[in-house]
Design a protein around this ligand. Structure first.
Ligand SMILES: Nc1nc2c(ncn2[C@@H]2O[C@H](COP(=O)(O)O[C@H]3[C@@H](O)[C@H](n4cnc5c(=O)[nH]c(N)nc54)O[C@@H]3COP(=O)(O)O)[C@@H](O)[C@H]2O)c(=O)[nH]1
Length: 751
């Protein structure tokens, strides 16, 4: 909509009114002017006069924009004004980017131009008013640019790109300022971050300076952890060592502020340089604050990303690369090899007696040993080779650029074994560590990373099986065994899902009464094509791979459910004994799963006994006592299985909440003919009595064994002499046969 102001000549003719009007328009801080039809200034207020570098309105009178501005700007103004005059249509609140006539700097105006007509309605010129909105526009662009920088940080743009954008943002807000960001490295040196407007030669010269009390503005700011304002580089003693360099590039003042992490660590510096001698203005100080905060977020984020990436690819204890980096490096090495044709070998090193150190001296000592062994291995290989930690005490070494024969590999393996085998002292105790090593080589033993690692692993197992402390190259025969192992593993997994497992129960009998008081649950696997598979074949593999945890959960659940079923059928309550492997026991959630199973099956806790081996318990006695006591307080009993075969500390044994020792069948087997076994068996029975524990003999097959055990006051027995492991129905029949129930209804044989 056009808007025409009508001026009455009479009002503008009187001298008084003219003065009033003049005074009024001069008070307005905006640029106020009237132009004639040729776009010449007729009236201009004080603001217009000053901004164009004049002293009086008369100096502006009659001038056009072509007299005051550069041709391009003047042309723009002229066209707009001609159109307003011609059409009579006003231009309201138009944002214009113009070049200041005096300073030559860019600025922003908010302009309104309205056509002006005489009493007859004839357009005789225009009235214009412009407001300088440069400051507001800068604030808008600061906000927009800040948002862009934050978005870049969030989207993980490269740090250098983010920092450069930040510096440019600051420079766009200020006049005559060159921004600079330096990053502090771990060694106390400042390295280039971003300085897009500083001369490159200058940036290169200061890249890598060590921070210190008197090292220019940035080195000193990082060192002192506070802002350092140097108004005149030419005279300030902090710049003694860099004065000439700065002068060479026309830099006169430099104000630097440390960039601090949220924990207060110095991450780098943010500096503003200028070519004049001066201190920062308030706005410059404010922008510095904003920049250091933003830069800190960007740098911290990058450090966190680096840390996460390092953690994802390295072992935290030894700092060695881990499996994911191994696959990456090995794949790279294979690609290289395909081009240059030498061999690449994967060497898997497994420490033989690491568990002994860990179990006897604790995890801290175990960690120290792993670190020392990693160092020794690194010392044995070339810088182009790589040492990585796979898991626990298992390491992988990647040998690259090998000649095509096994001699070079063998030489390295000998060196490795010797280095690892050197005595080492931990907690004042000397150790001699041995290792088993398996090797596979590209291309003959596999053409991809996973196959080479699997085959080196299989070879390492062969070295272990061959008596440890040796190395083994991968062969076709190992390949066959490895495949069989993998097939078995896959079979166990499927077997769990397909319910191919079931339990047999072997009675445990009181020697005096001859009554069954408990049964041991023993796992059986009926493979769809291989038929019945002995637990001796699959339990060790299930333990090694952790599959024993779900399998053991199933055994526990089934054994408890079955025992409760017998009780619900009216049979005398007995105890069901369930084997527990180390992997289950180490699982932090296992105790709560035991209690939940009892709860869900409804079996009284007093009717469950858990069998733990000596070695399992002795691994970490304190932890074992804690877990056992927790479950014991709920009513669950514990037995030590295979007693006599491991190493038990008698003092530790005393502290264990154990109600039964199971004399291992290896001592029972030859009781008739072996004097030593008789001595051991008698000693175990006597030990049990002294520790207030029942002793049950395992594997009892003959009358002679029964007689010996009875004569030596053994409490209980289990073995083929009484019954082989049988089905649940078989147990039911045996229990029915030995009715009537105990008069008290108490659990048979349990004290
Ligand atoms: N972690 C788990 N281990 C389990 C589980 N089920 C079984 N096992 C362990 O597997 C090993 C072999 O068990 P199995 O073949 O069942 O052998 C047991 C008995 O059949 C056998 N036995 C019993 N009496 C006699 C005998 O008179 N003569 C003779 N030659 N063998 C006999 O002994 C095995 C029981 O041993 P133990 O557990 O030590 O009491 C074995 O180590 C099982 O522990 C399972 O669910 N989880």
């Amino acid at each position: 909509m056009s808007k025409i102001i009508k001026l009455s000549r009479a009002e503008l003719t009187g001298p008084k009114e003219r003065r009033l009007l003049r005074a009024m328009v001069d008070q307005v801080p905006d640029y106020l002017f009237v132009k004639d039809l040729d776009c010449r200034f007729v009236i201009a207020n004080e603001a217009v006069v000053r901004i164009n570098g004049f002293d009086t309105p008369d100096e502006v009178f009659g001038k056009t924009d072509f007299d005051l501005h550069d041709a391009a700007s003047a042309e723009k103004f002229f066209e707009i004004e001609r159109s307003v005059i011609k059409s009579g249509d006003s231009i309201i609140d138009m944002e214009e980017r113009v070049v200041d006539a005096v300073t030559g700097k860019e600025k922003w105006l908010l302009t309104t131009k309205v056509a002006m007509s005489d009493d007859e309605g004839v357009v005789i010129g225009l009235v214009g008013i412009s407001r300088d909105i440069t400051a507001r526009k800068k604030e808008d662009s600061l906000r927009d640019e800040q948002a862009v920088v934050v978005e870049m940080i969030a989207l993980n743009s490269p740090l250098e790109v983010v920092l450069e954008r930040l510096v440019r943002l600051i420079e766009s807000q200020l006049d005559g300022i060159f921004g600079s960001i330096l990053l502090l490295d771990e060694t106390g040196h400042l390295t280039h971050g971003a300085a897009p407007s500083l001369p490159q030669e200058y940036s290169r010269a200061i890249d890598g300076i060590a921070i210190g009390a008197n090292v220019g503005s940035c080195g000193s700011a990082a060192y002192r952890r506070e802002s350092v304002i140097v108004a005149d580089i030419a005279t300030d003693p902090l710049w003694n060592d860099f004065r000439d360099l700065a002068a060479l590039h026309g830099l006169r003042s430099c104000w630097s502020t440390p960039i601090l992490s949220h924990q207060g660590n110095v991450l780098g510096t943010f500096a503003m340089y200028s070519a004049s001698v001066r201190c920062p203005t308030e706005i410059e100080t404010r922008l510095t604050r904003m920049s250091t905060r933003t830069a800190a977020i960007a740098i911290e984020r990058r450090l966190a990303e680096d840390q996460i990436s390092f953690m994802a690819h390295h072992d935290m204890l030894t700092g060695l690369p881990n499996r994911s980096l191994l696959i990456d490096r090995l794949t790279q090495a294979i690609l290289q090899t395909e081009r240059h044709n030498p061999w690449v070998s994967v060497v898997i090193v497994d420490l033989d007696n690491f568990k002994l150190v860990n179990d006897s001296l604790g995890h801290t000592a175990g960690d120290a040993l792993l670190k020392e062994v990693s160092k020794r291995m690194l010392d044995c290989v070339r810088p182009t080779d790589a040492v990585m930690r796979l898991d626990g005490d298992e390491f992988v070494i990647l040998l690259t650029d090998l000649p095509e024969n096994t001699d070079a590999i063998s030489a390295t393996l000998h060196k490795l074994r010797t280095a690892i085998g050197e005595p080492l002292t931990i907690k004042n105790q000397a150790f001699h560590i041995t290792c088993s090593i398996g090797v596979s080589t590209f291309p003959q033993d596999g053409t991809d990373a996973e196959t080479l690692i699997a085959n080196a692993d299989a070879a390492m197992y062969k070295a272990k099986a061959a008596g440890r402390d040796g190395f083994q190259f991968f062969t076709g025969e190992i390949n066959f065994r490895a495949h069989a192992r993998l097939a078995l593993l896959e079979g166990i997994r499927k077997g769990i899902a397909r319910n191919e497992f079931h339990l047999l129960y072997q009675p445990q009998v009181d020697m005096k009464t001859g009554r069954i008081f408990a049964v041991e649950a023993l796992l059986r696997w009926t493979h769809p094509s291989l038929g019945l598979i002995s637990p001796i074949q699959f339990i060790p593999l299930a333990e090694e791979t952790g599959l024993i945890v779900p399998l053991g959960d199933w055994v526990l659940e089934e054994a408890c459910r079955q025992n409760k079923e017998w009780q619900d059928a009216g049979l005398a309550p007995i105890t069901v004994c369930v084997n527990v492997s180390a992997r289950q026991f180490q699982d932090l959630n296992w105790p709560s799963r035991v209690l939940r199973t009892l709860d869900e099956t409804g079996l009284p806790a007093e009717c469950l006994e858990l069998e733990l081996t000596e070695s399992l318990v002795m691994r970490d006695v304190d932890q074992a006592v804690k877990i056992m006591k927790d479950l014991q307080s709920a009513g669950v009993a514990f037995a030590i299985d295979d007693f006599g075969t491991g190493y038990s500390s008698l003092s530790a044994l005393k502290t264990l909440p154990v109600s039964r020792l199971k004399l291992d069948q290896s001592f029972v087997r030859n009781l008739a003919e072996d004097e030593d076994d008789r001595t051991i068996a008698a000693a175990v029975i006597s030990l049990g009595q002294k520790l207030n524990m029942k002793v049950i003999a395992e594997g009892v097959e003959t009358d002679e064994q029964v007689t010996f055990l009875r004569n030596n006051n053994c409490d209980e027995m289990q073995g083929f002499h009484f019954s082989k492991p049988i089905s649940s129905e078989g147990i039911e029949s045996l229990l029915q046969a030995q009715e009537p129930k105990t008069s008290s209804g108490a659990i048979e044989g349990r004290q």
